[in-house]
Design a protein around this ligand. Sequence first.
Ligand SMILES: Nc1nc2c(ncn2[C@@H]2O[C@H](COP(=O)(O)OP(=O)(O)OP(=O)(O)O)[C@@H](O)[C@H]2O)c(=O)[nH]1
Length: 189
Amino acid sequence: MIGLVLAGGKSTRFGRDKALYHCPHERVNNAELAVNKLRLLSDEVIVSANAKNGDALTTQFQAVPTITVVTDQAPFVQHGPLSGIYAACCRHPQTTDYLVLAVDYPRITPNVLAAVADHPNCFAATPAASHYTIAHFSVSRNTLRDFLLLGDFRLGQFIEGSRQCLPLTFPNSESFTNYNYLEEINHAD
Ligand SMILES: Nc1nc2c(ncn2[C@@H]2O[C@H](COP(=O)(O)OP(=O)(O)OP(=O)(O)O)[C@@H](O)[C@H]2O)c(=O)[nH]1
């Protein structure tokens, strides 16, 4: 199982790069928070970055041989989280098992991730929402490419439909706070 950090995207609502952002009271940025949690569960971690933050993230993790930074691959650049998963698939074209975590869940707990890691073909959910960017499934590059070529870039559609992932439901908690706006972090701290 490879840990996969979704760290690209546009961060339009956040107003600055979410992966490089350093939450108050944390010692490292959001990308490293996610990497550190996945490293507890996986020997290899891929950070799926965008063209803008790729160099900074490569520099940040270059001393650790088990962490690789990739950027979105044509023709699926910046089409959403599935672009980030496709970039990882380009590095490992054969069917590969991924434990996926987005950088905008800086409060996710290692316990939640461990439970997701223990359940192949699942995504995290709470009574309030589905959290598709916290998920565990296998995919090959060609399978994902064929899905994306149909023009559907919805992660939920991909993992619930073609991957047949089921929700792994947790109680509502701060762990699942999805920070899309800078104000959400500042209000929480
Ligand atoms: N590599 C990669 N990651 C992405 C892409 N789009 C989103 N992500 C990541 O997927 C997670 C969920 O992203 P969203 O919040 O839906 O989108 P966003 O583009 O980051 O933010 P907005 O521009 O505000 O919608 C975040 O961790 C993003 O870093 C993409 O096109 N490529």
